[in-house]
Design a protein around this ligand. Structure first.
Ligand code: PGA
Length: 255
């Protein structure tokens, strides 16, 4: 089912598989129409299904990544890029090592450089030099973060060093053996970078996201729910499975 809500497109499908496939198809369409597209990429458990479909479509020669440029949203601070917990490792595992993206065209902020501010500045300059991000794919955290733009972020920020929110650290703990190992800081592109993307596609899955999805779409635009800023973007598609749409479905049907 498709709805228009405050200028955004909401697409609700029955399963996680279905939204993963839709997100992959939207990316493939973007790359097919512009083979040197600049794509903003997320990590986390939600996009894993989308990456699996992208790899499958690349294997079937439906899409060619040779000239595609990618910028990842974020990376943990002080985790080596070859550490399995790093987002760099995640990206190699789920996409980079499985398709013909060129290493020189993939970008992830370095979490191990001695000067984080320099990394942030260089990342913003590099995005700028590539023109605008054509399509930015996002997940959403339980606290409303997009990238690691945590609650109370300044909307105007570019790439910056972030102290992770207690809720994010709790959510990420499932990927680590002990709570102490969970990184407390990260480098993330800013809301400004995300809002400057030409198209934004956000995917959310599962009942655990239902309440924050409602706040993002029906609540006030506030730094307390960073994703609420997307209400002001002029080309946003929100892909939700039935469970993530649970809280908003009754509100949509009475419109
Ligand atoms: P998740 O994370 O996909 O693992 O739920 C989403 C996010 O924090 O952006």
């Amino acid at each position: 089912m498709r709805y228009r809500h405050k200028g955004m497109t909401l697409q609700i499908e029955s399963t996680y598989e279905a939204i993963s496939q839709t997100a992959a198809r939207m990316l493939v369409a973007q790359i097919t129409l512009k083979n040197d597209s600049v794509i903003g990429l997320p990590t986390g458990s939600t996009p894993e299904g989308m990456y699996a479909y992208l790899v499958k479509m690349a294997e079937e020669h439906i899409v060619d990544f040779r000239d595609v440029v990618t910028f990842n949203l974020d990376e943990y601070l002080n985790i080596a890029s070859d550490d399995p917990q790093s987002y760099t490792y995640y990206m190699h595992k789920h996409l980079f090592d499985q398709v013909n993206l060129q290493a020189k065209n993939t970008h992830i902020p370095s979490g191990t450089h001695s000067n984080a501010d320099e990394v942030c500045q260089a990342y913003d300059i590099s995005i700028f030099q590539h023109g605008k991000i054509d399509m930015q794919i996002l997940g959403i955290g339980n606290n409303g973060h997009i990238g690691f733009n945590e609650p109370d972020i300044k909307f105007e920020a570019g790439t910056h060093l972030v102290t992770l929110d207690a809720e994010t650290i709790r959510a990420n703990a499932r990927f680590f053996k002990t709570a102490q190992e969970v990184p407390k800081e990260a480098i993330s592109i800013g809301i400004r970078n995300i809002m400057q993307a030409k198209k934004v596609v956000l995917i959310a899955s599962g009942e655990g996201k239902a309440e924050i999805v409602k706040q993002m779409l029906f609540g006030p635009i506030t730094p307390k729910v960073p994703a609420s800023i997307l209400q002001l973007h002029n080309d946003v598609t929100i892909l939700l499975d039935q469970a993530a749409a649970k809280e908003i479905l009754p509100l949509l049907s009475i419109q």
